[in-house]
Design a protein around this ligand. Structure first.
Ligand SMILES: [Zn+2]
Length: 58
């Protein structure tokens, strides 16, 4: 059984806050992640910050 080292989180656009991407981070070593990614709503490359955790409902 794999213990969750990495947590799935949303990456949200810093401008419009739209959650465009998901990524996995290790919450013990990474508290905040920022990546330049294309936002469809802004139609531009903006910085996307890791935000809310994605919980598996099952
Ligand atoms: Zn945006």
């Amino acid at each position: 059984m794999a213990r969750g080292k990495n947590t799935n989180v949303h990456l949200s656009c810093s401008k419009c806050k739209m959650q465009n991407y998901t990524t996995r981070i290790n919450k013990k070593t990474t508290t905040k992640l920022e990546q330049k990614k294309h936002c469809h709503r802004c139609n531009a490359h903006t910085s996307h910050a890791s935000g809310s955790e994605i919980k598996h409902s099952s």
